[in-house]
Each structure stands twice: as C-alpha cells, then as structure tokens.
Design a protein around this ligand. Structure first.
Ligand code: ARG
Length: 430
C-alpha cells in the first residue's frame, strides 16, 4: 500500500455501518467469492478485497452468452491479480431453458419495452454464486453493483433468500473511488487496464437475450442516440434494402425452429439475434422506473427478443379465447414487474408460472414475420390450436355454428344494462 491517508480512507470504506443482517462484518470475512467480469471494477475489487479484508478471493465468471468474451483471458487475469481460484461456468442452457423460456411464456416486457435480459440473468448469476461459495468454502459473496441500480437488489435478494448463512460485500457502494481513482489504484497495483484514461465507456450489460447501454450522453434525455452506442444491431438505415421473412415455430410456448429448421434453444436464440441484427430490429430507447426510485434512460438492443416475443405474443393471441387474452395481459405485467424488481424467488412468480404454463400448453404453431429496416411485422400465422375458423369469419352467408339471424337477439341482451343506465341519466338531466 502506498499513500497512508488513502489507505485509511479505504479501510474506513471497507467497514461502513452495516444496515442489513446479511452485510459482512469485516472481522468475520475470511474467504470471499467474487462475481468477476474481468472489467475494471471487479479487477480492482479483487485486489482491494484481498488487501482490505485480508481475505482469500475465489472468482466466479458466468457465461450467459455475452458476445465477444474470452473466458480464458478473464480467468488468467483473475489469477494474475491474485485470485486463489477462478471458475468459469457456461450457464447458457440453463439461462435459456429456466429463465428466458418462462419470460417468453409471460411475454415479459417491463415498462412496455424492456425484455428483462439483465433482470433474468442476475438471479441465476447469484444462485451460481451461492453454489460456488458453498462448494469452495467461502463465507461471503462480493459483487460489483453500485448502490443506485436494480442489480444489487436482484443479487442480494437472491443470496439472502437462498443462503441465509452467507454474507455480502458490495465495495462499489462504499469505497468512494471514481473511475479515475480506480485506474490509479489499478496502475499502482499492477492490475492490467484496457485502454487508458480516455473517455469513460458506456456501462454495458449483455447476454443471449439482449444488451443495454447506460451513462454518458444517454443521461441527457434531449440527446438523440449517437451511432457508436449500437455495437450489436445494424443501424436501421444501413440495413438491407430487401425485407426478409423469418418464421418462428413454437411447441407449447417454447421456440423450437427458425425457418423450419429445428434447433436447440441456445443456437436458436443466437440465430434469431443474428437475423434481427442484420435488419436493425430491436432498438429500444427506454425511460425506466427503477426499483430504487430513480428514473433512468437505457438504450437497449434486443434483436432476438424483438423477433421471438412478437411471434409468441401473436401465436398465444390466436390460440387463446378473448377471456384468456384479456386476463393474461395483467398477469404478464405482474410477472415482468416481479422479475424486474428482483423477486425471482417470490412464490407469486412460480404461482404465475403455473398459469403461464397452462395457457402455453396450446401455444403450438408457426408465425411468419417480415423484417425490414428496424421493423418486425407479423405476416403469417398457422396453428392446429387456433380458435379460428375461416368459414365462420368470412363475410359470406351464415351457416354452421354462426347464425346471423341470432345477432339482433344477442345485441338486445348484450346492451340491456348500458341502455337502461343511459336512459336513467338522460331522464335525470331533463
Ligand atoms: N436497466 C436495466 C435493468 O435494470 C439494465 C441494467 C444493466 N445493468 C448494468 N449493470 N449495466 O435491468
């Protein structure tokens, strides 16, 4: 350690007043499982925890399908900085099957536009942290979330729910280092820093189901998106001049084929994302009500979700009755809110899943979508379970189950109360 005053600042920051029962008492921290991404925050954190707590640090890096990561490099970096172990877990299949599929069945879109990829990933990452902490003899889990976001809520809720014996440390909430100080700390301690002190990057989070960018000009609501934020999806104006039709086939609410080709879930999601990226679909410029009270702007790129959720919603609508369709919307919204809010383990979520699963028993069929310069539009629908009969829907003569001569009788009874109420009010006014 160099500067003694700085060291004192860090010491104090390591032992802030503890508010919650699951926050670690520095005196009792011996071995820490750190959720490690390989970025600046968690790299500095790895060394900082070892020094400030005198603890051993075991790193865990979770692959949820974030593009462009080299996990060998991340692992090498963790060990170089001083981790006693570094585990890399490929959780893509579990993420797709147990987190994204339920979200598809619930048509999950928070605030009307955010398909929850981060919110779905955090409970899985935290569940794996609990498993690895227990397996490697750690008493504490550390993460790199700030005190202003939803991710701390999702991660700590999961840990406190699944493992009441484990404690948590969240250094970013207390260490009072900004980006410049972190870079200085890294330099001082021989921690490799990508790039230099140039302009702070966007704050990015991504996985199989989408990518978010926050920070910089995004915080200025009057600032229209700059091109460099789009690192995943082609800008719509540069997308191909020819539209493309893609079909998505579902069995019981699970996507099983693209363009008639059966695929396992992870490659299917990756393929859908690639097609969506090419046509510039899934860009969402979103103002969001965070669970910690703040209103924040996010730029999302969600090409796979834009295709698959649109198709699922349409197919579900086709196979359900008017009553199911009206009712499920409210439950979908509740599901999305619980998951956004970090309550993945709340029993109401699994209660709702029981309903989602029941409805999705019928969600089998194929939806065709036309992708063109940023837009996704349903163009064809097929299902053995469609509550639809072309012969009944046609404008031609009545017949079969539908008698047009029965309609006036229906209309008289259907409108009875509304007509009576209207007349009562009219009489009172005159
Ligand atoms: N606003 C989104 C959410 O709360 C995305 C958060 C992204 N997280 C991050 N650490 N950059 O789920």
């Amino acid at each position: 350690m160099s500067d003694p005053i700085q060291t004192e600042v860090h010491r104090i920051a390591a032992a802030p007043a503890r508010t919650a029962s699951y926050e670690a008492d520095p005196a009792e921290v011996n071995r820490v499982l750190l959720l490690y991404s390989g970025g600046l925050d968690t790299s500095v954190m790895l060394r900082w925890i070892a020094d400030e707590y005198g603890a051993e640090v075991v790193c865990l890096t979770v692959n949820l399908g974030q593009p462009g990561e080299d996990y060998e490099v991340i692992k090498g970096k963790a060990l170089q900085i001083g981790a006693v172990e570094c585990h890399v877990v490929d959780a893509r299949e579990e993420f797709a099957r147990d987190y994204i599929v339920p979200a598809i069945r619930a048509n999950a879109l928070y605030g009307g536009g955010y398909p929850l990829f981060t919110a779905l990933g955090r409970p899985l990452i935290a569940k794996l942290a609990v498993e690895y902490a227990r397996r490697t003899g750690c008493d504490t889990i550390a993460h790199g979330c700030t005190g202003k976001g939803n991710d701390q809520v999702r991660i700590e809720t999961t840990i406190a729910t699944l493992a009441p014996e484990l404690k948590v440390i969240a250094p970013v909430r207390s260490w009072q280092m900004g980006r410049e100080e972190e870079i200085a700390y890294a330099r001082e301690h021989g921690i490799p820093v990508k790039g230099g002190t140039e302009i702070a990057p966007y704050s990015i989070d991504d996985n199989l189901w989408g990518r978010s960018s926050e920070g910089r000009w995004i915080e200025d609501l009057a600032h229209a998106p700059e091109d460099d934020v789009f690192q995943l999806v082609t800008r719509p104006e540069e997308a191909p001049d020819e539209p493309e039709i893609v079909t998505v086939t579902f069995e019981r609410g699970v996507p099983v084929a693209l363009n008639g080709e059966r695929m396992a879930l992870v490659p299917l999601l990756e393929k859908a994302a690639a097609i969506g990226c090419k046509h510039g679909v899934g860009i969402v410029d979103h103002i969001e009500d965070r669970i910690v009270g703040l209103k924040v702007r996010d730029i999302y790129e969600v090409p796979a979700a834009a295709i698959i959720l649109t198709a699922h919603q349409e197919l579900e609508h086709l196979v359900c009755t008017i009553h199911q369709n009206q009712f499920k919307k409210a439950l979908d919204q509740k599901w999305g809110y619980l998951v956004y809010a970090g309550l993945w383990w709340e029993p109401l979520r699994s209660d709702l899943d029981a309903y989602m699963d029941a409805v999705n028993e019928q969600v089998t069929g194929t939806i065709g979508l036309k992708l063109y310069k940023g837009s996704v539009r349903v163009v064809t629908r097929e299902s053995p379970n469609a509550v639809y009969d072309a012969a009944l829907a046609t404008f031609a003569e009545s017949g079969g189950l539908f008698s047009q001569t029965a309609s006036p009788g229906f209309i008289e009874l259907w409108s009875l109360q509304s007509r009576m109420a209207h007349q009562l009010r009219a009489r009172r006014r005159s």
